[in-house]
Ligand binder design. Structure first.
Ligand SMILES: *Cc1c(COP(=O)(O)O)cnc(C)c1O
Length: 329
């Protein structure tokens, strides 16, 4: 069975309760006025470590056997999954090694070290780092925790959906970020079980929208990664994808893509109108509403999934500078 059930998500909620904190759902006056219906924001960027990734990582760490826990966990993420995994492991007394290549910028290395993980710098690419992960798994019996395509990760991320449905039971629409699909698979499973008729919209950036391209192709395929303001949404879904591709295909109604300009506008809107500091990936749902690409006709929820943005980049964007991160390719 390739679908995660709401029972698994309920179990995850109990397991992770002492590590994560439930995040607020607040009405947005500006978006409600713009859309002419109630629009709510789920402030998940206020989660510890700055994103929902802590939920899945904590659920995965706490689902390990005693023996597995004693040997520790490894991961390759340089971003929010790495932070979440490092924090989840430290909170629960489990050793954690995050492997990355020496191309990763120092601020990202520092961010993960600050959460208490050992960072191991290996080679010139993500593939080199992966070789070290495979070695740690084979020779030291450590457990690799993947960022999205894993039942414990999906169930953990799904707890965002339970909290949202309980906060606003009359919801008719939810907008959720999509990259590898762990988040939207879990959230959609939770929302559909609580609010069967809800319309679920996935949102990605135009540049390198892997899940969207794979859904159109009807199967997981290679999609080239491109520089984007939504940097936490980059990367493929895995050619051997087992869970998040079928779940997204079966549970999500449509996927909407937003441009770099629209993402920048959404970061600005979040700051000046909602008093929230949101990273590009976290702002794509707002971008879909602000650009009129999505028009809710009843109560709608936009998830703000993360807030880890380089603050000098954020400052430039909210000051109105025309920041273009795509120049580098
Ligand atoms: C990882 C991430 C996403 C996408 O989650 P997937 O499970 O890979 O689809 C969205 N927003 C932020 C801030 C993230 O870190």
């Amino acid at each position: 069975m390739s679908h995660i059930t709401v029972d698994q998500i309920e179990q995850a909620r109990k397991r992770i309760a002492s590590t994560i904190h439930p995040t607020p759902v607040v009405p947005s006056d500006t978006l409600s006025a713009l859309c002419d219906t109630s629009v709510y924001l789920k402030l998940e960027h206020q989660q510890r470590t700055g994103s929902f990734k802590l939920r899945g990582a904590t659920n995965a760490v706490l689902s390990l056997s005693e023996d597995e826990r004693a040997r520790g966990v490894v991961g390759v993420s340089t971003g929010n999954h790495g932070r979440g995994l490092a924090y989840a492991a430290r909170q629960n007394g489990v050793k954690c090694i995050i492997c990355m290549s020496n191309l990763v910028p120092q601020n990202k290395i520092d961010g993960i070290r600050a959460q208490g993980a050992e960072v191991r710098i290996i080679g010139q690419s993500q593939d080199d780092a992966q070789i070290e992960v495979d070695r740690l798994v084979a020779e030291e019996g450590m457990t690799m925790i993947p960022p999205f395509d894993h039942p414990d990760i999906i169930a953990g991320q799904g707890t965002v959906g339970l909290e949202s449905a309980e906060a606003v039971p009359e919801l008719q629409m939810a907008l959720v970020q999509v990259s590898g699909g762990g988040l939207i698979s879990g959230v959609a499973a939770a929302l559909r079980s609580r609010i069967p008729g809800i319309h679920i919209i996935g949102v990605s950036m135009e540049r390198g929208a892997a899940m969207h391209t794979c859904l159109k192709a009807g199967k997981p395929i290679f999609v080239e990664e491109k520089a984007t303001l939504a940097d936490s949404l980059g990367g493929g879904i895995g050619l051997d994808n087992a869970y998040t591709f079928p779940m997204t295909r079966d549970l999500v109604d449509e996927i909407v893509l937003v441009s770099e300009t629209e993402i920048a506008q959404a970061i600005r809107h979040a700051y000046w109108k909602e008093s929230q500091i949101i990273e590009g990936s976290g702002a794509v749902t707002l971008a879909a509403l602000l650009s009129d690409k999505v028009r809710p006709t009843g109560p709608a929820l936009a998830l703000l999934s993360g807030g880890n943005i380089d603050m000098s980049l954020h400052h430039r964007i909210i000051s109105g500078e025309n920041v273009d991160v795509t120049e580098q390719d």
